[in-house]
Design a protein around this ligand. Structure first.
Ligand code: 5GP
Length: 218
């Protein structure tokens, strides 16, 4: 089955978009999986968060994040411009509201690479549009190996990353789906399966009653 044909079939009937939230500890493969989905799925775009953290080498303002000052961030939050916001590792992050609402009404899906706090808040503001997926590493040893391989860090730094990972993982039960990343290709396919099934949910297919009324003879 080609992935493309599955998505074309799914999108023939008018539907409301969905918010595809992906969380995981770092080292579980989330970024690779999200990038693969975004590259191959025409109907999926990334929600670009605003953040107060400094821009990193290789990042682009407006593409990876909207990099803003703390003052701007607070103004945006106070004037209700965020769907959710959180402080993560000492910096503020927030999801701008307008692009999300526009995309949803056009039937476009949005991918969110946010932590458990953001996922929880979105669950309060847009519960029916939300699909939450948690990516897990296959084992503790494998997670530690992946964190160690990322950079030549000292044992202390690796231990700190493991502690952060454990804290993120402790929220796994708040998610609708869990994908264990034994193999990146397989995990990618599983994420696609979730997207396709969620797009087919009767309640999301707003054009269904029209389509059915054309099938059932008057
Ligand atoms: P980084 O600064 O490394 O890009 O991201 C740090 C953490 O912030 C990650 O766990 C990421 O998922 C989370 N994050 C990024 N954007 C947002 C957002 O808009 N809201 C929330 N709640 N978390 C975010």
């Amino acid at each position: 089955m080609s992935n493309k044909s599955a998505f074309v079939t799914v999108d023939k009937i008018k539907r409301r978009g969905l918010l595809f939230v992906v969380s995981s500890p770092s080292g579980a493969g989330k970024t690779t999986l999200c990038n693969r989905l975004l590259k191959t799925d025409q109907n999926l775009t990334l929600s670009i968060s605003a953040t107060t953290r400094p821009i990193r080498p290789g990042e682009e303002d407006g593409k990876d994040y909207h990099f803003v000052t703390e003052e701007t961030f607070v103004d945006m939050r106070e004037s209700g411009q965020f769907l959710e916001s959180a402080k993560v590792f000492g910096n503020y992050y927030g999801t701008p509201r307008d692009p999300v609402e526009t995309a949803l009404s056009k039937g476009q899906d949005i991918l969110f690479d946010i932590d458990w706090q953001g996922a929880q808040q979105l669950g309060e503001t847009v519960p029916t549009d939300l699909v939450k997926v948690f990516i897990l590493p296959p084992s503790r040893d494998e997670l530690e190996r992946r964190l160690r391989n990322r950079a030549q860090d000292t044992d202390d730094v690796v231990a700190m990353r493991m502690a952060k990972a454990e804290s993120e993982i402790s929220h796994w039960a708040e998610y609708d789906y869990a994908v264990v990343n034994y193999d990146i290709d397989e995990a990618e396919q599983l994420m696609r399966c979730i997207l396709v099934a969620e797009r087919l949910k009767r309640t999301r297919q707003t054009g269904l009653s029209d389509a059915v009324s054309k099938i059932i003879a008057p």
